[in-house]
Design a protein around this ligand. Structure first.
Ligand code: UDP
Length: 250
């Protein structure tokens, strides 16, 4: 069992991306199932407000820190997470590994043209991967047919790009139907694969300002991004209260 770091009630596993990739490949090799949430501060803040979503996130097998805000929070509380595990990078590492093993994937989410182009890009770049199906992400969550389509595809890896909270809700709703498959919510990753949205250049990623690049590209996200400062203020406030209590021996 991996060690965890609790951030506002969400237990993040202490792992590096490389180690996690190996772990997930093992799950596929043993035909086991696994639910991974790549959580950023927006997800943590949403879980604070929405009990059903919180329960869904907590039902995941692994919750990994996707966002520099989570890493900063772990430093503030002095329970260090080793590195950021961006959903897009995790997805690319997994695709590269499963290409060598000729495994099966299903892509669920994004617009019709986007998911189609993402599938095309994957088969060009990773020709050994078997794309056993794909479907756009604009359907009702209770559409059982979609889940059955995924089930019958017998995929080893199911990439769910419905954005949060929909993607985690979808996975948890149908997870019990499956006996195998690694399920990951990958947010806007198909948009990047299909070149609809550009990922921040490596320098921006290294400087930990990928969020700023995203904001410049999609200014309409500013409302959602308010969650980031709110999250950090909350972490600092809780830490301050804890320090005061310790000093006063309460
Ligand atoms: N999306 C979808 N169905 C929906 C809403 C969104 O498939 O009902 C897709 C959307 O087309 C995009 C992704 O989900 O590809 C959300 O991307 P975003 O960057 O907003 O991800 P988040 O930050 O929410 O993880």
């Amino acid at each position: 069992m991996k060690e965890k770091v609790n951030i506002l009630g969400i237990p993040f596993i202490k792992t590096k991306r490389e180690e996690l990739t190996k772990l997930l490949i093992d799950k596929m090799d043993y035909q086991e199932k696994c639910f991974v949430v790549t959580a950023n501060p927006e997800i943590v803040m949403h879980a604070q407000k929405d009990a059903e979503y919180q329960k869904t996130v907590l039902s995941a097998d692994y919750i990994v820190p996707d966002g520099i805000g989570i890493i900063i929070a772990s430093r503030i509380i002095r329970d260090y997470l080793p590195e950021r595990v961006a959903g897009f990078d995790l997805m690319m590492d997994l695709l590269s590994e499963i290409n060598k093993r000729k495994k099966k994937i299903f892509l669920l989410g994004a617009e019709v043209a986007v998911v189609k182009k993402a599938a095309q890009k994957i088969s060009e770049r990773f020709p050994q991967i078997q794309i056993v199906g794909y479907h756009h992400g604009y359907f009702q969550l209770d559409d059982l047919e979609i889940a059955q389509k995924v089930l019958h595809s017998d995929a080893d890896l199911i990439l769910v790009a419905l954005g949060f909270p929909r993607q985690e809700m979808w996975i948890s709703k149908y997870y019990q139907m499956f006996t195998k498959g690694v399920f990951i919510g990958v947010g806007g990753s198909f948009d990047v694969l299909a070149e609809k949205v550009k990922r921040a250049p490596v320098l921006w990623q290294k400087l930990n300002i990928e969020w700023l690049y995203r904001l410049i590209q999609q200014p309409s996200r500013w409302k959602r991004m308010i969650a980031l400062p709110q999250f950090l203020i909350k972490i600092i406030w809780l830490k301050f209260k804890k320090n005061v209590r310790m000093r006063l021996n309460l």
